[in-house]
Design a protein around this ligand. Structure first.
Ligand SMILES: [Zn+2]
Length: 240
């Protein structure tokens, strides 16, 4: 497969091996995937070593490491502050664009590998405009990017790692336009269409035990607050 960022015209250093999901988030050897259609019946554990694929050249792969680093910083905060020290108030500042870019490139990796749903006929090719956003910080249109889906963190929702559900268009059911994902207990969505998607996300309704129709959805949120297990306030400030 060719590098999915090859439209930039500056691929270099040969093909690298990119994991399905970045190593910065998953310290272990494998991840357990839920929610995606090809593993809906039962969680499927993917060996990172066997899942590596040649989908980015070395130059364009290494250029994504800042995104992985920011997502890893958020996962460390959630693991250490929410799960291990739930009684202490804590906050973290996160670069919203880096986190958004991590989510977008994860979506493109999974889509390019046809891993988003079982009958996905064709690889999702990242559009040039979004490749230029990821690598060159080009402007993107309103509606594309990261959403927060309100979700109170409680004992029943403690989750390590990341799980996903695909978002499809309503009029063309086979077209995947984004993902919702639970990131160490905090729920987000990432959308690739230039249309505000709050309503589309809420219209997913009941998925598993989560009712999207009762959630509040915020595009590019600047602050996410929630209570830890002991009512100590935890907050994530996102700078855009
Ligand atoms: Zn490349």
């Amino acid at each position: 497969m060719k590098c999915w960022a090859s439209s930039l015209g500056d691929c270099a250093d040969g093909m690298s091996r990119e994991h399905y999901v970045s190593d910065g988030i998953f310290d272990g050897e494998s991840i357990t995937a839920f929610g995606l259609e090809w593993c809906r019946d039962e969680p499927r554990t993917i060996s990172l070593k066997s899942a590596v694929a040649k989908i980015l050249c070395a130059k364009h792969n290494s250029a994504l490491s800042d995104f992985d680093g920011e997502a890893a910083r958020l996962s460390k905060f959630l693991v250490s502050e929410v799960y291990r020290q739930p009684t202490v108030e804590a906050r973290v500042k996160i670069n919203g664009r880096l986190l958004e870019k991590w989510a977008l490139k994860t979506f493109f990796n999974l889509g390019y590998l046809r891993a988003l749903h079982r009958e996905q006929p064709n690889a999702i090719e990242p559009p040039d405009s979004l490749i230029r956003y990821l690598y060159c910080n080009a402007d993107i249109r309103d509606g594309i990017g990261l959403y927060h889906v309100s979700h109170s963190i409680g004992a029943s929702s403690l989750e390590a790692g990341v799980s996903w559900n695909v978002i499809r268009t309503i009029d063309q059911p086979n077209q995947v336009v984004g993902l919702t994902f639970v990131f160490y207990g905090v729920r987000f969505a990432v959308i690739t269409e230039p249309v505000r998607a709050e309503g589309k996300i809420q219209s997913m309704g009941l998925v598993g035990e989560f009712d999207f129709s009762k959630s509040e959805v915020a595009y590019r949120p600047t602050s996410i607050s929630f209570l830890g297990l002991s009512a100590a306030k935890k907050s994530i400030e996102l700078e855009w």
